[in-house]
Design a binder for this molecule. Structure first.
Ligand SMILES: Cc1cc2nc3c(=O)[nH]c(=O)nc-3n(C[C@H](O)[C@H](O)[C@H](O)COP(=O)(O)OP(=O)(O)OC[C@H]3O[C@@H](n4cnc5c(N)ncnc54)[C@H](O)[C@@H]3O)c2cc1C
Length: 381
């Protein structure tokens, strides 16, 4: 007889670690299953830092979720006596009327978020490494910054374990089925039964839910750390913000302050790369980074930050899991309401892990949540 549990969480990356933690905190018997060890660098939650911000150009509907996400990140910091959030400020730049500046401003105004509008001269005065093209405008948000993904996944997992969750690593889920109003999950090591299943399988979601034929696409995303030619000082948190810059071609290069001292470099990337490589499955994603793509990134970023045209310190490959409209999927399974799904975070999900964990715990408990999930329903596809 398989052991009977309350909830199984399939996939213990960013979202799954938070869900396991929330469910364990509510007293449920939780089993978390993860195919790799943790932390690992084969999913979507690695690479040292993630941007966190509230003036959300993608849509103002995310802002209430962000308010709660910030509270829950702070609760986790408090509970674990660790620090993962660094609110060093954020600068959203582009031409007047660009999607990044206009969208961020709309969110800020609609939700009363503290912000300042800066012109190109003021941007360069405050942040000397940035050389914005003439006519650039920027929205500066003091409550933006970055979060540490590996450390916060670990904290969610440690906390979940402390609260009684059983977490099993290097245990690949091979399949699952609905059994009455519960579920049965099969791995190479055994079978488990539970009342509820939470699917947080990241880039593997299309495979885990192959019956649903979800419109998910896996996109290769590369992070680069460049050594500043004029020293790391002006790039340290407190002196340098996170930034996203929309250029004249609609590309969005972004960067995060230096967190690893003089030898660590400054992290930059594209929020959706030029000519992105996409696939149906993570297996098809090439991990090695070529000199040619590093050159494209260096040349691009050096137009805005000339001192980042230096040596490449390191690079790492990661994966976005995109939906067609780049908005998330957070919903119950259409045929099996005992199964909830969180996927398709389209390159901007990490900052939400804490609140998505809360939502998934709500859905597993009652099928409902006080958070507005209407933009994230599966039925929109
Ligand atoms: C390069 C890059 C930069 C990003 N920058 C930002 C940013 O600045 N700000 C931001 O908010 N977001 C950002 N994101 C997006 C964010 O990181 C992701 O949305 C988020 O990490 C997704 O978390 P997840 O839990 O869905 O996936 P993951 O963390 O990958 O977790 C899924 C887990 O499921 C496991 N799994 C899958 N299938 C199985 C199976 N069959 N059996 C057992 N385990 C399984 C996987 O091994 C994995 O550990 C970025 C993403 C990338 C790739």
């Amino acid at each position: 007889m398989p052991e009977k549990l309350d909830v199984i969480v399939l996939g213990l990356g960013g979202m799954g670690s938070a869900a396991a933690c929330q469910l364990a905190a509510r007293g449920h018997r939780v089993l978390g299953l993860e195919q790799f060890t943790s932390p690992h660098d084969r999913g979507s939650s690695h690479g040292q830092t993630r941007v966190i911000r509230q003036a959300y150009f993608e849509s103002p509907t995310y802002v209430p979720l962000l308010f709660r996400a910030y509270e829950l990140w702070r609760d986790l910091e408090h509970a674990t006596k660790q620090k993962f959030l660094n609110l060093c400020g954020g600068l959203m730049m582009g031409a007047p009327g660009s999607a990044v500046v206009e969208g961020s401003t709309r969110s800020a105004v609609q939700h009363g978020l503290p912000h300042e509008l800066l012109d190109a001269k003021e941007i360069q005065r405050r942040f000397p490494p940035i050389h914005p093209p003439a006519g650039t405008v920027g929205l500066f948000e003091r409550n933006a910054g970055f979060i540490l993904p590996e450390a916060s996944v670990k904290a969610h997992l440690d906390r979940a374990r402390q609260l009684g969750a059983r977490l099993q690593f290097e245990e690949n889920v091979l399949g699952w089925e609905a059994v009455g109003d519960g579920v049965r999950v099969r791995t190479a090591r055994g079978e488990y039964e539970a009342q509820r299943l939470v699917i947080t399988a990241g880039a593997w979601t299309g495979e885990v839910l192959s019956d649903l034929r979800l419109p998910l696409e896996v996109e290769r995303a590369v992070l680069y750390w460049f050594e500043p030619t004029e020293g790391i000082g002006p790039f340290l948190p407190g002196r340098f913000p996170i930034f996203i810059a929309e250029d004249k071609d609609g590309l969005l290069p972004y960067g995060i302050p230096a967190v690893d001292g003089p030898a660590g470099g400054v992290k930059v990337s594209f929020y959706h790369a030029p000519n992105p490589v996409t696939a149906d499955s993570p297996v098809a994603i090439q991990r090695a980074v070529t000199n040619e793509e590093a050159k494209v990134m260096r040349e691009h970023i050096a137009r805005l930050l000339p001192s980042l045209g230096g040596r490449l310190v390191r690079s790492v490959t990661c994966m976005y899991t995109n939906t067609p409209d780049k908005h998330f999927i957070i919903d119950l399974h259409p045929a099996h309401p005992q199964v909830s799904i969180a996927a398709g975070f389209s390159g901007h999900g990490y900052k939400f892990c804490s609140v998505v964990g809360e939502i998934l715990a709500d859905l597993a408990e009652s099928g409902r949540t006080r958070h507005d999930l209407s933009p994230f329903r599966l039925a929109r596809f």
